[in-house]
Design a protein around this ligand. Sequence first.
Ligand code: MG
Length: 379
Amino acid sequence: MITKLAVLGSTGSIGQQTLEVVRAFPHRFRIVGLAAGKNLDLLAKQVSEFKPRFVYSQDREAYTHQNAECEFLSLEELASHPQVDTVVIASSGKSGLLPVIAAVKSGKNVALANKESLVTAGKIITKEAKLNKAKILPIDSEHSAIWQCLKGETQKAAQLVLTASGGPFLRFSPARLDKVTVKQALRHPSWQMGQKVTIDSATLMNKGLEVIEAHWLFGIPFNNIRVLIHPQSIIHSLVEFIDGSVKAQLSYPDMRLPIQYALSYPERLPNPELPRLNWDRLGSLTFEPPDLDKFPCLKLAIEAGKKGGTYPAVLCAADEIAVKLFLSQRIKFNDIARLVEQVLGQHQAITHPTLEEIIAADAWAGEKAYQLITGDSPC
Ligand code: MG
């Protein structure tokens, strides 16, 4: 049986790795839709290789001019199209939210890599997924690990343990952290990822967002989810059960594995291109608790998740702007957390927000973050 895929965010890091998996199993997966932002050259190459029926790009005019043979759809039309079995949401940032909602409302399998959608609207997405029998298949390595550990279990987990590499600054003093450069922050020790998620990994914001996602994906209270620093990135997460037994999922850190599992679930596929663990050379695996004073973004994210309502949307939007300002060298590394905290502190939250209220809170927070630093509105 061939699974028909639409890949949203096909030119990004996860999108390109998804296409590598598809390339490895041409008789198992077929690309029927591709969507990208502004990287038209790469999108054009992908279209000529995979020949999808449907396509989307941010710049419609430039795109349709080059590629007349594909039907141009909106992201939401693509995510809910009857010819699509599984939608891969690989786009980063807020652009993932509405397509995820469209996909779950139409009962698709949703292979989800976009963090912001579950973080900001987890309650709405999981409710709609249940209502419409849509399956959310996690792509992130930590959630994939937990999902794999839970398979076959009939009782709820007692505790989820999300592992974190600790990023490039694990051993830095707070004073050294204040002076880190963009180049240093973009050099992640174990994972190849896009810029935004690499910075979020260095601040541990990424792990905080993953805690919120885990809460919604697996229905586990925040107090039963913990983060553990594991610098080797071999154990991708652990699940503890009520009898004290702990299961872990281990593999070489390569995103193609969780992507492939989300696409082939419940089956596993043999992919010779995926590197295997070398047990003779692995050495020791170490664990330590995270330092919340040095990496306050983790604490801010978990607090925002616990408070719920519009707080997680504000957290995400403020962080998105803070990371942009850091990448353009307008603020320092430690200012990312300070700015996010300031914006959260000024927010008047809504406890049970609608989708529109979540989107409005996101817009408010982005603008507020930008204003606090530049005194101006973003253009
Ligand atoms: Mg992750």
